[in-house]
Design a protein around this ligand. Structure first.
Ligand SMILES: [Zn+2]
Length: 506
């Protein structure tokens, strides 16, 4: 009854007062205090909130949360226009507007809050995020939206920028949980749990099995997911490196609600570790996993994983490659010790300068590479080149490593000029892709040429040409075309496709 009375009050004031600011102040100030308390209690289900105090800021936050809980997107939007800082404000239980919207299954309000840039990672005092709450109360559509907001919602703040693209190697099934890396007790406990997953690499190639997909019937490559008992003998060897990769995203929600605290001895989180056993034979695992093998040659098969497993491979292979290539301290040549569950190496020489201050030699390296689609000044042609090592007939975007002290834009201009003598003006970032060969980050850009004559340098590339939109369309649609572009899992392919689609109306 109190909730109905409260709604009547709100409706009355909404009709009578047109100023939004006046309206929500009046709502909160004129309704009897006891009514507000009871109405809130009912509107928000079993979620109790602190009673309104004589504090304008608190009152506004309470009103904001009530609107979120009631699914009132219009009013929420008005309040945000007045005060953007409301968006992540918490009440005494640590609840935000996003949590109340998630609790009550309000999709439109959730979408609005995401668009306005709310923080989805905030936890309340029970350690639950908004996605945990949505999952718990069975609002799957809200949980899906919160778990992957980047593909569904684009912030209005970035309306002029590129849309975020989900590239191969960029998606994963793990939360890296970097906060756990220094918790040696938690790590040790996870290492021996039967649910923990180990993936093994030999000479940086992952151990895999082939399996048929039940839905498509196609045979794909999957990581061989081993258990502690499979790798127990390996882990005690000093030359074997073990890296904590994270916990399965799907296990997180169940863990929090099942046991209340992520600090519990068995918190339900399914941890993943990568182990690099140099040149170990697959026979070691064949009794239990008869069809397993190490991928050879790696490059041919690396693009055949599922999108989720590809992200795990990218993370694991890059960190393990760092361990295998940097066995000694790069500063003094001394021995090192692995820390942070495989994410840090410190020098054991007492006087080594790397022990003072911050040194990038202590952490896994990432090498930035620019990859650019250069567009002809007429907008209807793009510049593609051929490296000697490419398969016959394949052309791709130009690319090159960013040099120290260089911006992304300048690296694009320099590389294009060096390889083809074409001068480039405006450069725009489009998307990025981790590339674990061994640890690059491909920074995909579009660049507008200001000159068109091509002079191939013959050192880095052997051929470069302007391709019309018609030619690219034919290359993409004719299976036996003599010219090809890189496969769809690559950012080069994404850059070419994006240009093609964007200019399709020309
Ligand atoms: Zn050193």
């Amino acid at each position: 009854m109190a909730a109905i009375a409260m709604r009547k009050y709100c409706n009355k004031f909404c009709k009578n007062y047109n100023s939004p600011l006046v309206r929500f102040h009046i709502d909160i100030l004129t309704v009897p205090r006891s009514l507000i308390f009871h109405a809130r209690f009912l509107l928000l289900g079993e979620i109790q909130m602190a009673e309104v105090e004589n504090n304008p800021e608190k009152e506004m936050i309470t009103q904001f949360h009530m609107n979120a809980a009631a699914g009132n997107a219009a009013k929420l939007s008005t309040m945000l226009n007045y005060s953007t800082s409301l968006i992540n404000k918490m009440d005494e239980k640590g609840w935000t507007a996003l949590m109340y919207a998630s609790r009550n299954g309000h999709f439109e309000v959730t979408q609005l809050l995401l668009e306005k840039g709310c923080d989805t990672s905030i936890s309340n005092k029970s350690g639950q995020t908004a996605v945990d709450i949505a999952e718990f109360w069975g609002h799957k559509h809200i949980a899906d939206l919160l778990a992957n907001p980047k593909s569904d919602v684009r912030s209005k703040m970035w309306c002029d920028g590129p849309e975020e693209n989900e590239n191969y190697f960029g998606r994963t099934l793990l939360n890296r949980l970097s906060v756990k890396r220094t918790n040696s007790n938690w790590i040790k406990n996870k290492q021996i749990q039967p649910t923990t997953v180990y993936i093994v690499f030999s000479n940086l190639s992952p151990l895999v099995i082939s399996a048929k997909c039940e839905d498509s019937g196609k045979t794909g490559i999957h990581l061989c997911r081993l258990q502690y008992e499979d790798v127990e003998q390996l882990l005690v060897k000093p030359e074997v490196t073990s890296v904590f990769l994270g916990a399965e995203l799907q296990s997180e929600t169940c863990a929090k609600f099942a046991l209340g605290s992520a600090l519990a001895e068995d918190d339900g989180l399914i941890a993943w570790f990568a182990v690099n056993a140099e040149f170990i034979a697959p026979e070691n695992f064949r009794v239990k996993y008869p069809d397993c093998c190490f991928l050879q040659p790696l490059i041919l098969y690396l693009l055949n994983f599922s999108k989720e497993e590809a992200g795990v491979v990218a993370q694991a292979r890059s960190v393990l490659a760092w361990h295998s290539r940097y066995k000694f301290c790069p500063t003094c040549g001394g021995s090192t010790e692995v820390q942070d569950s495989g994410y840090k190496k410190i020098c054991l020489q007492k006087n080594c300068p790397s022990l003072q201050g911050i040194h990038n030699t202590c952490y896994p390296r990432v090498d930035p590479v620019v990859m650019m689609l250069v567009i002809h000044p007429d907008g209807n042609n793009c510049l593609l080149g051929r490296q000697k090592r490419f398969p016959p007939g394949m052309f791709s975007c130009l690319a090159g490593f960013i040099e120290p002290g260089e911006t992304i834009e300048d690296a694009v201009r320099r590389e294009v000029a060096e390889e083809t003598a074409v001068k480039v003006g405006n450069v725009q970032y489009v998307s990025s892709q981790p590339w674990p060969m061994p640890s690059s980050l491909m920074i995909g850009c579009q660049a507008i040429a200001v000159t068109t004559e091509i002079i191939v340098d013959q050192k880095e590339i052997v051929d470069a040409r302007w391709f019309s939109r018609q030619q690219i369309t034919e290359i993409l649609t004719h299976e036996n075309h003599p010219i090809s572009i890189p496969p769809q899992q690559t950012i080069a392919h994404t850059l070419i496709k994006k240009w093609l689609v964007k200019n399709a109306h020309l």
